[in-house]
Design a binder for this molecule. Structure first.
Ligand code: SER
Length: 885
């Protein structure tokens, strides 16, 4: 029996032989379609190729595309597990022609593959065509020899395929398999068509039109082909099964679920196993493609699927989390073809384990509450919206989980009441916000948040994506279209809004009619605001737009942000556990990190920290992100901002591996931080790290500024240039510069001493008449004005003169060019009679100054104007005479 893996290969190989490029499945989060929540068919990745916007280097392709149909237009979640052919996740096999072959080749390819390679008996097949498509009917007749009654013309949209309200579309032909009269049902188009006898297996779309927003239909530039065949469905058929869940692949997952819960795969818990098997695939592939459980957008659809599976595991009586234990079985089945599943295995396992552990804490209590509520209600009555809302709000029950639980009890829920309760809660949150004193003009963002919900951030994985313009705001009011300055709101964006020290992204937003430059990105009330200027044409509300983050700038920001985490940990290890983040800035050109620490860092500490950060950069290990509750994160030892309010769950970013001997609570992870920012993929992407130094930020808080990547190298290069400049000036090799500078400084000090000495000598004179002491009332006095000296030079001069005099007084006035300085000295034998302080004060007063002070043998002061110098000298003389008298 061919396995699903074999069937996938047979399909891809067949089309490879027909000249088709075998193209990888695109991710489940569409890169090129703003209106789609998840990739839901094979043609999604080729949408722009069909319309001619994009060109590939092949014009035939074949894929096995991962698809999720849940949470959007195609919502199969409710039925999954209960029916034979509903899935949230499935693989769509397809072949595509982009303006290459058309109907006359597409039909024979399909017929040959089905009847020859897959060996399906011809008489079990029949087809439908769009009622006006004579050409397709003719080809079928010719190629397959089908009689008219097995080429059924369908006049409805069932045979005109559209991807959505807009986009490429065209008539299609569907191939059906007839399970025979033993099963109830009629051919397509008949009243019994919903029965299980005739099963659609393949849809061939003749892409020839494009549907536009105004409802008009134009011709595509090139006629093309898009086909889709569910692998699970064709697999069931080829394996002689009637139920997709009986195929080898699904069966292996069901058995793994039965094994993990010690239950019978086909017993009363059969539906639970089917739900688990399906949801395991959807959740694992979504996580592998970068979706994380959250409370809005894609993350919430993921959470709904996960929790639905977890409730079914709980109903099987499992006491512990189950889902994560099934990941190896899934990887064994599908990891061969889907490398991403193997790459993300650890992340998938951990995310499932954490979510199930957490959800189990409230699941029991929630279900009890649900039963208690039901008991109070009359037989068959709907569960009131308020009760469903309480289950959602307090116990984490998504609405569809409550609906699923009620389904078994034959009840429904008042969904409108649930929505009303939800709206009320939002209104309360808003009222409490408007009381918080923030700028009133932010009301507009709350209005937009109410209307459109939070903007979905795609920028953890992407730097460019498509989005749809939901609103344009200019001068505080909404506008329909904009030129010039405007704030742009889209449903989903790769632009990071300033938060947690990381600056907002810049870049471009492009629509069919205009181009805007985004200069900053902020977030209010969950709405991401692109602060922009339309620089070409205009941008209008409702338009699809391409959003491109400025790549180099974002890469530099990422490197700085990741380096900040490494720096934080290095500081903690070097200085102690008291180091806590007090603020940070992650800009493109530098990073700044403020942290609690009492003293400046020594050069040695800084060097140690810098070296450690660089060692982890060179280690080049993957940077990992996980989602958990704040408590779980703290239990692992994650660094969090003290006093910061965290939501129900947090992103935990880990980087660096410690040697085994240093394992902490989270194994060997070096840095573990709560963080919503964007980070490098591997630490090596940081490139290099250079500390610019440490300074005081405020009391008890130090600040380190640092550079990474190119900026770090540029900085080192600039330092190098300065050094070689110095070397040139000094005419010495660079390594001798410090020694040379030291020698120069020595020389300078020696010269300064020599000059001071010379000044003294000059001051004391070569014995000229002015140095001869006068006799004032029997006391020897030297009193004079000096130039070329400062106040500081006076005391040593006075000491020298006193010594020379043996007994007497010295008063010197320094004519400094600015305010004059005065100093006086009296030899010890005379201090009982004359005080140097009195002499200085007398001189200072005559010089227009005030005060002066010191000891009786040495005092100093300062005057205001040298013009009083003569008077000052006389005042000194008079003072001595006065003393004598
Ligand atoms: N786009 C078509 C479908 O989804 C054929 O691939 O059915």
């Amino acid at each position: 029996m061919a396995s699903l893996n074999d069937i996938r290969s047979t399909f891809l190989n067949y089309f490879a032989r027909q000249g088709h490029a075998v193209v990888d499945s695109s991710p489940l989060v569409p890169r090129n379609d703003p209106t789609l929540m998840f990739t839901n068919s094979g043609m999604v990745q080729f949408k722009n190729v069909f319309t001619g916007l994009e060109h590939r280097d092949y014009n035939r392709a074949t894929t096995s595309q991962k698809c999720v149909r849940a949470g959007g237009k195609h919502n199969d979640l409710d039925n999954v597990g209960y029916t034979a052919r509903h899935h949230t996740f499935f693989e769509m096999l397809g072949n595509f022609s982009f303006g290459d072959y058309f109907k006359s080749d597409a039909i024979p390819f399909a017929w040959e593959l089905l009847t020859r390679d897959f060996d399906i008996p011809k008489d079990r097949l029949l087809v439908t065509v769009y009622h006006t498509d004579d050409e397709a009917a003719e080809i079928w007749k010719k190629v397959a020899g089908l009689p008219d009654d097995r080429i059924i013309r369908i006049p409805t949209d069932d045979n005109f395929w559209r991807m959505g309200p807009t986009g490429p579309c065209g008539p299609c032909t569907e191939i059906f398999f007839d399970h025979g009269p033993s099963i109830w049902g009629g051919p397509p188009g008949s009243p019994e068509e919903d029965g299980d006898r005739f099963i659609e297996i393949w849809n061939l779309v003749f892409m020839q039109n494009e549907q536009h927003e105004d409802g008009s239909l134009t011709d595509l530039p090139r006629q093309s082909i898009d086909t889709g065949m569910g692998l699970e469905r064709i697999g069931a058929l080829l394996q002689g099964k009637h139920d997709n869940y009986d195929t080898d692949l699904m069966r292996a997952l069901i058995e793994a679920s039965a094994h993990a819960t010690s239950s019978d795969p086909d017993g009363p818990g059969k539906t639970h196993h089917r739900v688990i098997a399906d949801h395991l695939r959807a959740t694992s592939f979504l996580i592998a493609d970068g979706v994380m459980p959250s409370n809005d957008g894609r993350g919430y659809v993921l959470r709904r699927i996960m929790r639905r599976a977890m409730r079914h595991a709980h109903m099987l009586g499992a006491q512990d989390p189950v889902m994560y234990r099934l990941v190896p079985a899934l990887v064994a089945q599908m990891g061969g073809h889907y490398q991403e599943l193997r790459d993300a295995q650890a992340l998938i396992t951990e995310t499932l384990r954490a979510e199930e552990t957490r959800f189990r804490q409230t699941l029991d209590r929630g279900l009890k509450l649900l039963d208690a509520e039901l008991e109070t209600l009359p037989e068959g009555a709907e569960l009131p919206g308020a009760a469903a809302f309480k289950l959602y709000d307090t116990y984490g029950f998504p609405l569809d989980l409550t609906q699923d639980a009620l389904r078994e009890r034959g009840r429904a829920v008042d969904a409108a009441g649930f929505d009303a309760a939800m709206a009320e809660q939002k209104a309360r949150a808003r009222a409490s916000w408007s009381g918080s004193g923030e700028a009133a003009d932010a009301t507009i963002w709350f209005d937009l948040a109410d209307r459109f919900g939070a903007s979905e951030f795609l920028g953890y994985d992407m730097e460019s994506a498509e989005g749809q313009v939901l609103a344009l705001v200019a001068d505080g009011a909404e506008v329909a279209s904009a030129k010039g300055e405007v704030q742009i709101i889209v449903n989903q964006t790769p632009f990071y809004a300033e938060s947690g020290g990381q600056v907002g992204d810049t870049g471009l937003i492009r629509s069919a009619t205009g181009l805007a430059e985004v200069t900053d990105t902020r977030r209010t009330a969950g709405v991401v605001i692109h602060i922009a200027k339309v620089i070409e044409g205009e941008i209008s509300k409702g338009q699809p737009v391409k959003l491109e983050v400025a790549h180099q700038r974002r890469s530099a920001i990422r490197a700085n942000h990741s380096a900040t985490h490494l720096l934080h940990e290095a500081l903690r290890r070097a200085l102690g556990d008291h180091v806590a983040q007090k603020g940070s800035l992650n800009a493109p050109d530098r990073l700044r990190f403020d942290f609690s620490h009492g003293a400046g860092l020594s050069a040695q500490e800084l060097a140690q920290v810098e070296a450690e950060v660089n060692a982890f950069i060179r280690q080049n290990t993957a940077v990992e992100t996980r989602i958990m509750t704040p408590d779980e994160a703290r239990a692992l030892g994650a660094q969090a901002l003290f006093g910061e309010k965290y939501g129900e769950e947090v992103r935990v970013v880990s980087m660096g591996q410690l040697p085994g001997s240093q394992k902490g609570p989270d194994g060997a992870t070096y840095s573990l931080e709560l963080c919503g920012g964007t980070h490098v993929a591997r630490t090596g992407d940081i490139g290099a790290f250079v500390c610019l130094g440490d300074s005081a930020s405020s009391a008890g808080v130090r600040r380190i500024e640092a550079l990474t990547g190119q900026a770090a190298l540029d900085h080192l290069r600039a330092q190098e240039a300065r050094l070689s400049g110095l070397a040139t000036l000094l005419k010495a090799p660079a390594q001798d510069v410090p020694e040379r500078v030291r020698a120069l400084m020595e020389e300078r000090r020696a010269l300064a001493n020599e000059i001071a000495q010379l000044k003294r000598q000059v001051a004391m004179g070569g014995g000229g008449s002015e140095d001869a002491p006068q006799d004032v009332a029997g006391i020897k006095l030297i009193a004079r004005v000096m130039t070329g000296v400062t106040g500081k030079d006076l005391p040593p001069l006075i000491d020298a003169m006193k010594e020379k005099l043996g007994s007497g007084a010295v008063v010197l006035i320094a004519d400094t060019g600015a305010k004059p300085a005065v100093a006086a000295g009296v030899t010890p034998d005379l201090t009982a009679r004359i005080s140097a302080v009195d002499l200085v004060r007398a001189a200072v007063e005559a010089l227009g100054g005030k005060g002066g002070g010191g000891r009786p043998d040495m005092a100093q002061g300062g005057g205001a104007d040298i013009a009083g110098a003569e008077a000052a000298l006389q005042a000194v003389t008079r003072t001595i005479e006065g003393v004598k008298a």
